[in-house]
Design a protein around this ligand. Sequence first.
Ligand SMILES: *[C@@H]1O[C@H](CO)[C@@H](O)[C@H](O)[C@H]1NC(C)=O
Ligand SMILES: *[C@@H]1O[C@H](CO)[C@@H](O)[C@H](O)[C@H]1NC(C)=O
Ligand SMILES: *[C@@H]1O[C@H](CO)[C@@H](O)[C@H](O)[C@H]1NC(C)=O
Ligand SMILES: *[C@@H]1O[C@H](CO)[C@@H](O)[C@H](O)[C@H]1NC(C)=O
Length: 227
Amino acid sequence: MKSKGSLLIKLLIIQYLSSLFVAQNFDFFYFVQQWPGSYCDTSQGCCYPPTGKPASDFGIHGLWPNNNDGSYPSNCDPNNPFNQSEVSDLMSSLETNWPSLACPSSDGISFWTHEWDKHGTCSESVLDEHDYFQAALNLKNKTNLLQALASAGINPNGESYNLSDIINAINQSDGFTPSIECNDDESGNNQLYQVYMCVDTSGSNLIECSVSPTGANCANQITFPAF
Ligand SMILES: *[C@@H]1O[C@H](CO)[C@@H](O)[C@H](O)[C@H]1NC(C)=O
Ligand SMILES: *[C@@H]1O[C@H](CO)[C@@H](O)[C@H](O)[C@H]1NC(C)=O
Ligand SMILES: *[C@@H]1O[C@H](CO)[C@@H](O)[C@H](O)[C@H]1NC(C)=O
Ligand SMILES: *[C@@H]1O[C@H](CO)[C@@H](O)[C@H](O)[C@H]1NC(C)=O
């Protein structure tokens, strides 16, 4: 009896330790959204997907597992590549909220494949493929960036805005501090390009970031171009 009991305890300890090991694969997610106007008005330009010009709204770039030391895992499971059938019920929502603006024109499959294969497989112990894409869609809806900015009078009209006003507007609305990444339009104006927010390892709750993304590189005044 005694040895059976201790075997069970040993098995439980092994199971607990291995679940800890899996859970410690990453510390948090960056949820990254991009402004299509700033993707398209660069010298490189963009291509609309076959479904046409995306809505004048932020689009999802990705949900990226990251570590508190700034490093991140990638391409974690080549045996679990993107499988379109897993997300067939999300297809129209993905087309609307996670469009590809890359050239040549693409229906999004190659974008989502890249995001799942490179980033999503690194959180597959927490979120399977369907739940991963669903989590990103839920986060976009929840953060509602365009509304958050509009309620502070910040709109995509080509005008210049204070970077700290942009950060505060998002913090006011969503409760957490975003990081902003900028790029330059064809005339060299520094502009709002991507918004990074941090999310806990469940993929559902926003948190304060423990480390800033390397992309955050904006001037104090940045433009918010139309799209
Ligand atoms: C893709 O997903 C579908 C639906 O879950 C499944 O039936 C199919 O076997 C998967 N394909 C591959 C190659 O894993
Ligand atoms: C987004 O969230 C709102 C509630 O905040 C809900 O009414 C709406 O159905 C959601 N939309 C999607 C596409 O999930
Ligand atoms: C913009 O922000 C800076 C500090 O980052 C501040 O000194 C300045 O007054 C702000 N400008 C406006 C117009 O709010
Ligand atoms: C943003 O919100 C969080 C949580 O409410 C707060 O701790 C933080 O100080 C805020 N940051 C800024 C820049 O306002």
